[in-house]
Each structure stands twice: as structure tokens, then as C-alpha cells.
Ligand binder design. Structure first.
Ligand code: ADP
Ligand code: MG
Length: 785
């Protein structure tokens, strides 16, 4: 067995306690756990078993192996307190942390440092992973604050005033950051009044337990965020919760102030971080953790070496040692809490932690109460401020309200006047400024005008600023004009393009119209052909109609014969037959008749046999029915033919009317011609005039022949209706006859006229009587016309 020290722990300024955490589920095999640590019942001593080559022992032999003393070496330690695995948070607080809190309340600087391998319970001991004030899991931080508030409450009737503030920081990769406020990396400063402190670290006044949890939540959330981002940062960073308690006590001899500070430090895992294989951020992080923990070890080593001379303490080698300068060998009451795991796997780390803790025991701290002088500065400042405000308020309450109102009114008036004054001053300044600007502008223009007229010595004219600026101006102008021209051209191009598009559109439209015209012309041609075909069909229909009429007639005769036959057989003439007869007589095709025939058809056949007639009756009846069918068909055909005929007759009438007007014009012309002949015959008896008459008559004859031919030709070529269809053709024929007669008479007359005339003077009475005769015959002719 090795006895590591024989000292009894009695240094109340620096206490070292050990806490052994309970085994974790993963460390228990088959419900059995082999612990390397044994805590003495007095809670002051602890043994740690160094089992030799235990890793080579099979699981089943372990129990026997560990019970044999020859298989292990025992290390024994004595501390201020040793908590075994069954210790509670409350016990830890009451027997260790509460002492630090008390010191703080007395005005000392106190520090509790949790040291140990990762996963040994440092954070659990400091925080406790609970925000419930009644939870037994609460760690040292919340319990300390509860304790402080209880203390304050107990003193509420006394003349002591308290002020409690909290700060929370983190050191990660040698950077200090505020866990209660977003901030950049913070720096450590030191001054005579405050000692070592973190510059710009936020301090939060805490007035009750609720605010403690608020701050813890806030800080832990920030630490957790960092953890998720930086992978288990929480065990790779140092976290320090600082509680400052300021108090001023009023005593008969005067006021006394005290300031106590409680630093609750949760260090990064003390295990040696393996640097091998780590790169980048991990490597840097590992280096920094090792660096800061070694610095801590070095500081403790330097503090505990007993050389007689004042040694150099390397506080400045790391942020954490610098920050804890007062706590390590300075003005502070410090408690080291070393956490260890009882598991065999953790033996090496546990032993080194215990050795470290054991060494720390010899650190000598010299704490003093931070009292009077500048202590409690903030609280004092606040108190003075409150005092000042109170007296001011008192002063004001002494004055009557009216005075205050008047004063206010005066102040208001003054403020208004000030405002007006300021405004007018501002306006004046604005005016001045404007004038000044104008003046400067004018001067500048003048200078440039003068400059432009001067040649600058030692310089080429084109290098002078005046020339350059003029050139630039000109270039700007040209560029602008060029740009404008370009825009114009672009506009023109666009409009041409639009016109082109429009023209194309019209062209397409015209082409379409042309196609439509062609199609229409084709259709007209088709129509012409159809008309010609219809004309031919009309001829056929006419023929058909004639035949139908003949057929109808023969049917009529047949019916009459049937009637006679019925009479002979003394059969009553059926109503059907009577009606049919009547119908045939009228030869009228209309809807009424059609309806009647339908009615007849609906008469039952039996009605025709009422008289129980012989077979011939049935035959007759059958014949009759057939006949009715045929008649119906004929009537339908007739109806169709009539409609067609009516159509063509209308067209014919129009043509006739046209022809009549032409004939009338012809007759009128002929009449005029005859008038002229008569006039010549009566007025001039010369050979010349007779020749003229003969010519005139010849023309008349030709005219009459021409007038007849086209009309007749047209009639013959186009239509050939019988006289009975209309009375207009009769008229035409009559006129044609008259024309023929006139032509004949005119022919005689021409012959007469063509006889060689005698000279005037040799005219004999016979000749004059002949002339009279001619005249008479012409007059007769005229009267015939
Ligand atoms: P560290 O901060 O030292 O890395 P933690 O405080 O995070 O370790 O503890 C690691 C785990 O062990 C946590 O789950 C914690 O609840 C548990 N633990 C530590 N100490 C104790 C204890 N004394 N009693 C019960 N559980 C504990
Ligand atoms: Mg932790």
C-alpha cells in the first residue's frame, strides 16, 4: 500500500475535496461492477486500487482476482472531504460549497473549481441539469444563489443593503465569450481596485430565484449551441459562473461596505487529449486544452514548490490561470473539487486526478475581506444616486404645484422662443449659403472663361485642363448626338418594318380576294350551265305534263266506265268514287284534296262490302284504290311540274317585256323615217330628193328586216311555247305581220321611186299626175302604218 501523504487537511483557505461518481450503466457487466476506488467511512480518506494486468483476466475470474491483494497496488489519499458514489447534491453543497458561499457573504473572494476527466460529474455537480427549484438534482450554482437570497431575507430587517449580480463566461480555444450576451472575444484586465476581471463581461442583477434559472438557461443554451456546432465543446471548454454580492451595512459608527465574489468553475475534461491523428480545428482545440490544463498544473506546481524565494507563477500562460490568478495563491478562498470515476477503465485518469488534487492541497492562499475603501462601489454609487434623487424629489414636493406649472409654462415659452430663433437663424444661414454658392459658381465660370482665352506656358494647348474639359464636353455632345441619331434610325427602321408587315398583310388579303373571285366566277359559270340544263328539262317537263293530262283524262273516262258498271250492277256509288270524280273534274291540286284523300284511305274496307256484294265488288274496290294511288302520284307530279312552269313563265314574261320595248323603239324610228320621206316628197320635187327618198326607204326596209330577225331568232332559239300559254306572243306575231306588210309596201314604193325621174321643166301633166299618184300611195302607206 502506498501512502501518498500523511498531512491532515487543515488549510481552510484552500480545500480539496473528491467526488466519486456512481458507475454508469455501460460500466456494469452482468450486474457486477468492479470499483477501483474505496472511500473511508470518515469521508476523509480514499484508496484507489491499481489492479495488475486486469485487462487480461477473463470476466468470470475477475471477482476472485480482485480479492487477492497480491494482484493490486493500493494508493491512499487524504483530502478535506471525499464523497463516495452515494453522495447527494445536497450533501456536497452543505458540506463544501456552502462554506464558499458563506465566505462570499463575508466579503471574501471564493472559488470552487471542478476538475476531472470528462464524464466524471463536473457539470452535474456545478449545475445539476435541473431548473426546478425543488429538485434534489440542483447543483452548486442554483443552491448558492438560493443560499444567498435566504441570507439576504434573514437580514431584511437589519440595516444592510445587498446587491447580487451574476455573470457567465466560457473559455474555448483560449477565447473568452460572454454566455449571457452576444459578444466578441473578451479580454482579461487587472486593476488595483477590481483585481483581475474580464473587460465588458455583462453583469446581471439578480433579485430572486426565478432570475437565477433564467440566467442559467440562457447561458447553458449558448454553451449547448456551441457544443452541437463544435462537437462536444462543453467538455472542451471552461465555464465560469460568477456571483458578486455587494453589501452596505449601516452601523452607528458609519457605513461599511463589503464585496464578495464567488467563482464557480467547470473546467474542461482533464484527460490528456490525444493530439495524434487530430487535424485542423480538432488539433488546435486539443492543443489549447492541453495548454491550459498544463498551465493550471504548472501554476499549482509553482505555488506549491517550497524554494524559499518568491517564485514566478506562470498565470499568464493561459486564460484560465490568468482569470483564476486570485483564486490560486491570492486573495481567495478556493475549493478544488476533483471528480473521479470508479471504473477500472478510468483508473489511469483517476489516479492522475487524485495526484493533481493532492498537490493542490499545499497551495497557500491569503484571502482578505474586500471591505470599505472603494469596495461596494456600484452599490454605493446606486445608493448615492437614489439619495440624490430622493432629495430632489423632496425639494420639488416642497414647492407648490402652481409654481411648478408656471415654471413649466415659462420653460415652454422659452423653448418656443429658442426654437423660433434657431429656425430664423437656420433660414438666414441657408440664404447665405445659397448666395455663397452662387458667387462661387460665377467666379468659377469667370475663371474658366479667362482660362479658355489664355495659352498656358510650358504646356501644349491640348494638354491644358481647359482644353481637355472643352474636348470632353465636345465629345459628350457628339456622343449624345450620335446616340440620338441612333435612336432615330432605330425608330425609322421599326416603322419601315411595321409598314412592310402591313403591306404583306394587304398582299395576303388581295391574294385571298383573288381566290374568292376565281371561285365565284367558277360558280357563276356553273350556274349558267345549270340554267341551260334547266331549260332543256323544262321542255321535258312540258311534254310530261301533257302526257299526265292525257293520262288524267283517260282515267276520268275509266272512272265513268266504272260508274256505269256499278250502276248496271245496281251498286251504290261509293263516296270515294264520287269525290274522285269531282276531284278529277276540278283538276285542282291543293292541300285540301290531299287531306281528303287521306281521309278516304282511312275508311275501313268493310264499308265497301256492306251490301254483301259479289267478288266483282271487291275487284272494283281494289281497282279504285289502285286508281286513287296512281292519281295521287299524278297529282304530285303535276304539282311539281306546275311550280317549275310558273318559274319559267315568269322569266319568259320578263323577256317579252324587254322585247316589246325594243319593238316599240323600232316602230318609233320607222315612223320618224317615214315622216322624213313624206316631208322630202312634198317639199322638193327634184331628182336629187327622189334619190334621197329612195335611199331613205331602202334604209327603212333594212331596219325593219333587222328589227324582225333578232326577235324571231331569239324566240326560236330560246323558247317555243304554244299560243295558249300566254297572250303576249300573239301580240308579237301581229306586230311582225304588220312589219312584213310594211316592208312589202315599202319595197313597192322603192321600186316606184327608182324609176328614172324627168327633168322639172319638161314635166308633162301626165308626169305630174303620176307624181300625185305616188304621193297618194305614200299617204295610203302611212295611213296603213
Ligand atoms: P463532466 O461534466 O465531468 O464531463 P457530467 O457532469 O456531464 O460530466 O456527467 C456525466 C454523466 O454522469 C451525466 O449523465 C451525469 O448525470 C452523470 N453523473 C455524474 N456524476 C453523477 C453523480 N454524482 N450522481 C449521479 N449521476 C452522475
Ligand atoms: Mg461537463
Amino acid at each position: 500500500m502506498k501512502q501518498n501523504n500523511g498531512q491532515t487537511p487543515n488549510n481552510e483557505n484552500l480545500r480539496v475535496v473528491i467526488r466519486v461518481r456512481p458507475p454508469m450503466a455501460r460500466e456494469i457487466r452482468d450486474g457486477k461492477f468492479i470499483s477501483t476506488v474505496q472511500v473511508a467511512p470518515d469521508n476523509l480518506q480514499l484508496c484507489i486500487f491499481d489492479y495488475h494486468a486486469i485487462e487480461l483476466v477473463p470476466d468470470e475470474d475477475l471477482e476472485q482476482y480482485v480479492s487477492n491483494p497480491s494482484n493490486y497496488t493500493l494508493h491512499q489519499f487524504t483530502f478535506d472531504y471525499v464523497y463516495d458514489q452515494d453522495s447527494t447534491q445536497e450533501q456536497v453543497y452543505n458540506t463544501t460549497a456552502a462554506l464558499s458561499v458563506d465566505s462570499t457573504l463575508q466579503g471574501y473572494n471564493s472559488t470552487i473549481i471542478a476538475y476531472g476527466q470528462t464524464g466524471t460529474g463536473k457539470t452535474y455537480t456545478m449545475h445539476g441539469f435541473s431548473f426546478n427549484p425543488n429538485s434534489d438534482q440542483l447543483g452548486i450554482i442554483p443552491r448558492s444563489l438560493h443560499n444567498i437570497f435566504n441570507h439576504i431575507q434573514m437580514k431584511s430587517n437589519s440595516s444592510t443593503t445587498f446587491m447580487v449580480r451574476a455573470s457567465y463566461l466560457q473559455i474555448y480555444n483560449e477565447n473568452i465569450s460572454d454566455l449571457l450576451r452576444d459578444s466578441a472575444s473578451l479580454n482579461i484586465r487587472e486593476d488595483k481596485k477590481r483585481g483581475v476581471f474580464v473587460e465588458n463581461l455583462s453583469e446581471w442583477a439578480v433579485r430572486g430565484p426565478a432570475e437565477i434559472y433564467q440566467l442559467m438557461r440562457k447561458g447553458n443554451a449558448k454553451r449547448v449551441t456551441a457544443s452541437t456546432r463544435m462537437n462536444d465543446t462543453s467538455s472542451r471548454s471552461h465555464a465560469v459562473f460568477i456571483i458578486t454580492v455587494e453589501q452596505i451595512e449601516e452601523k452607528a459608527e458609519g457605513k461599511s461596505a463589503k464585496v464578495g465574489k464567488l467563482n464557480l468553475v467547470d473546467l474542461a475534461g482533464s484527460e490528456r487529449v490525444r493530439v495524434t491523428g487530430a487535424t485542423g480545428q480538432r488539433l488546435e482545440e486539443s492543443k489549447k486544452i492541453n495548454q491550459s490544463l498544463s498551465a493550471l498544473g504548472n501554476v499549482i506546481a509553482a505555488l506549491t514548490e517550497n524554494r524559499g524565494t518568491k517564485p514566478h507563477i506562470p498565470y499568464r500562460d493561459s486564460k484560465i490561470t490568468r482569470l483564476l490568478e486570485d483564486s490560486l495563491g491570492g486573495n481567495c478562498k478556493t475549493t478544488f473539487m476533483a471528480m473521479i470515476s470508479p471504473a477500472i477503465d478510468a483508473f489511469g485518469e483517476s489516479l492522475s486526478t487524485l495526484k493533481f488534487a493532492n498537490r493542490a492541497k499545499t497551495i497557500k492562499n491569503t484571502p482578505i475581506v474586500n471591505q470599505d475603501g472603494d469596495q461596494g462601489a456600484l452599490l454605493r454609487k446606486y445608493q448615492l444616486e437614489i439619495q440624490k434623487l430622493k432629495s430632489e424629489l423632496e425639494e420639488r414636493t416642497k414647492q407648490p404645484l402652481e409654481n411648478l406649472v408656471n415654471e413649466l409654462e415659462k420653460e415652454k415659452q422659452k423653448a418656443l422662443e429658442d426654437k423660433q430663433e434657431a429656425q430664423s437663424a437656420y433660414e438666414q444661414r441657408s440664404k447665405d449659403l445659397f448666395k455663397e454658392t452662387e458667387l462661387r459658381k460665377q467666379l468659377e465660370e469667370k475663371i474658366s472663361a479667362l482660362n479658355s482665352q489664355m495659352l498656358v506656358g510650358g504646356q501644349k494647348i491640348e494638354e491644358t485642363p481647359q482644353f481637355q474639359s472643352a474636348l470632353e464636353k465636345q465629345q459628350r455632345l457628339i456622343r449624345q448626338q450620335y446616340q440620338e441619331k441612333l435612336t432615330e434610325l432605330e425608330k425609322e427602321r421599326q416603322s419601315i418594318e411595321e409598314d412592310k408587315a402591313q403591306t404583306d398583310k394587304y398582299k395576303q388579303l388581295l391574294l385571298k380576294q383573288r381566290d374568292i373571285m376565281i371561285a365565284l366566277t367558277n360558280r357563276l359559270n356553273d350556274r349558267d350551265e345549270t340554267i341551260l340544263q334547266l331549260q332543256e328539262e323544262l321542255d321535258v317537263y312540258e311534254k310530261l305534263q301533257k302526257e299526265n293530262e292525257d293520262q288524267l283524262h283517260s282515267k276520268q273516262i275509266r272512272l265513268e266506265q266504272f260508274e256505269e258498271l256499278l250502276l248496271e250492277n245496281k251498286v251504290e256509288i261509293p263516296l270515294v268514287l264520287q269525290n274522285q270524280k269531282q276531284f278529277n273534274k276540278e283538276k285542282v291540286v291543293d292541300i285540301q284534296n290531299d287531306l281528303q284523300i287521306q281521309k278516304l284511305e282511312s275508311i275501313p274496307v268493310q264499308t265497301l262490302h256492306t251490301n254483301q256484294q259479289v267478288q266483282s265488288d271487291a275487284l272494283i274496290s281494289y281497282e279504285l284504290k289502285n286508281q286513287i294511288e296512281i292519281n295521287k302520284q299524278i297529282q304530285f307530279d303535276l304539282k311539281l311540274t306546275r311550280t317549275e312552269l310558273d318559274k319559267y313563265k315568269n322569266e319568259l314574261d320578263q323577256l317579252k317585256k324587254k322585247q316589246n320595248t325594243e319593238q316599240n323603239t323600232l316602230i318609233e324610228n320607222a315612223r320618224k323615217s317615214v315622216d322624213r320621206i313624206l316631208e322630202q316628197l312634198t317639199s322638193q320635187q327634184s331628182e336629187q330628193s327622189l334619190g334621197n327618198v329612195a335611199k331613205e326607204l331602202n334604209q327603212l326596209q333594212k331596219m325593219l328586216k333587222q328589227g324582225q330577225q333578232p326577235a324571231r331568232g331569239h324566240m326560236k332559239g330560246q323558247y317555243s311555247f304554244s299560243k295558249s300559254t300566254s297572250d303576249s306572243p300573239n301580240k308579237i306575231i301581229l306586230i311582225n305581220k304588220q312589219n312584213d306588210q310594211m316592208a312589202k309596201s315599202t319595197g313597192q314604193l322603192v321600186k316606184l321611186m327608182q324609176m328614172k325621174p324627168q327633168p322639172k321643166q319638161n314635166q308633162s301633166p301626165v308626169q305630174s299626175s303620176k307624181l300625185k299618184q305616188k304621193q297618194k300611195s305614200v299617204e295610203d302607206l302611212w295611213s296603213q302604218i
